[in-house]
Write a protein that binds this ligand. Structure first.
Ligand SMILES: Cc1ncc(COP(=O)(O)O)c(C=O)c1O
Length: 399
């Protein structure tokens, strides 16, 4: 029997838009992944932050399977029991004033909806975003995203987006004015390198946009649902979103985006102005309800704070022995190690040693493991990291 080479098959057909690791992942359990040769990896990527309750969680698997036997497709032009249940479950963890929900299929789409709602509800066009931010790669979301490498070949983007420097109060004061529809902000910048803004600056942004009659749009697509040790990272910096965007882990890795705001804000768009075929799909909603139940029952938000603290302490200890580390930062299980050099080789070496990690820019290692990760698995990650950093240090900083 000829065994197909999976990597060759994928490479033969798919557009080359992703930088691929030379590994074929075929199954997972909790915070562990397994390749086609049954090698085990500790997953510090969490499928780019989308796997919050752990891979193949039995409760999520059961919910998806039960729903698939009952009904797979159901457009929002009719009512559906599973979709109704998901909305009421989600409302128990959301800020109560954010009482209207729009479901889509990705983080970028959650942002697209927020842009339209912010513009129509205020009757204004100007959107203020932050340098270093990432909000997605569709044209509207890309207009709010900062990095020139994503933007430059696709201009002109959507007009009337401006970017202010991170944590800079003066320019925020000069830029946010009474023609501003909204300020878009991540409570911790994810793709931008796990950068935590100051509480004072976030409070200032909130005051400025509210005084100007605009809206605060908070992108919790990466930070949301317990990742940072609180249900929403907004709680760390004491801000209250007017529009909240969610995605990634909300349905345990089944594609979803959610845009949430108060009734009077969301109702600025009328019937038909913003819809999507798959929004509110029953399988996604079944997975979403199960995800919220598991998050609460297994106290994963508390776990993210506790294990995240243990992980961060371990990383900080490494910093004291490894000159190659410049800084350790982040909250809960959204952590980063900034190094003095490009991290590409470190990622490759760690993969060979059985740990999958992410980058966030050229010289930042990023960790977004499932929130159920265990102490002994963190110990494995720290041991591999110590070894790979030592090797890199000897190569780059001899003597
Ligand atoms: C903060 C933030 N916003 C938006 C997005 C875009 O989400 P998606 O890739 O699902 O479109 C991401 C994805 O990484 C993100 O981290």
């Amino acid at each position: 029997m000829i065994v197909p080479n999976i990597q060759e098959m994928e490479d033969a057909h798919y557009a080359r838009y992703y930088a691929r690791n030379p590994v074929t992942i075929i199954r997972g359990s909790g915070a562990l992944l397994y390749d086609d040769k049954d090698r085990e990896y500790v997953d510090c990527t969490g499928a780019y932050g989308a796997c919050i309750v752990g891979h193949a969680h039995p409760k999520v698997v059961q919910a998806i399977s039960d729903q698939a036997k009952k009904l797979i497709a159901s457009h929002e032009s009719t009512y559906n029991d599973t979709r109704a249940l998901f909305a009421s479950k989600l409302s128990t963890i959301l800020p109560p004033e954010l009482n209207r929900l729009f479901l889509s299929n990705s983080g970028a789409e959650a942002i697209e909806c927020a842009i339209k709602v912010a513009r129509k509800s205020t009757g204004r066009r100007k959107i203020v975003a932050v340098k270093g931010s990432f909000h997605g790669k569709t044209h509207g979301a890309l207009s709010a995203t900062w990095d020139a490498k994503y933007r430059k070949n696709f201009e002109p983007l959507v007009p009337d987006f401006v970017h202010i420097p991170f944590n800079n109060s003066e320019i925020a004061k000069q830029t946010i004015s009474n023609d501003t529809a909204a300020v878009f902000v991540e409570p911790i910048q994810g793709e931008g390198g796990i950068r935590v803004p100051s509480k004072e600056w976030m409070a200032l942004l909130t005051d400025l946009v509210h005084d100007a009659g605009g809206l605060l749009v908070v992108d919790e697509i990466q930070t949301g649902l317990g990742r940072t040790g609180k249900m929403f990272a907004s709680e760390h910096v004491d801000i209250k979103p007017d529009i909240l965007c969610l995605g990634k882990g909300l349905a345990s890795g089944i594609p979803i985006g959610a845009t949430v705001a108060a009734e009077e804000t969301m109702s600025s768009l009328s019937v038909g102005e913003h819809t999507t075929t798959f929004g509110g799909n029953p399988i996604v909603c079944a997975a979403g309800s199960a995800t919220i139940e598991v998050l609460l029952e297994e106290r994963l938000v508390e776990n993210a704070a506790k294990i995240g603290g243990y992980f961060k302490a371990g990383l900080s200890e490494l910093m004291h022995t490894r000159r190659i580390i410049r800084e350790v930062r982040g909250l809960g299980l959204m952590l980063a190690v900034e190094t003095r050099f490009d991290v590409h080789q470190i990622l490759t070496n760690a993969l060979h040693e059985g740990v999958l990690m992410l980058d966030a820019g050229r010289n930042v290692l990023r960790f977004l493991p499932p929130l159920c990760i265990k102490t002994n698995q963190i110990d494995r990650v720290l041991a591999v990291l110590s070894k790979t950093l030592e090797r890199e240090e000897l190569a780059k900083l001899p003597g």
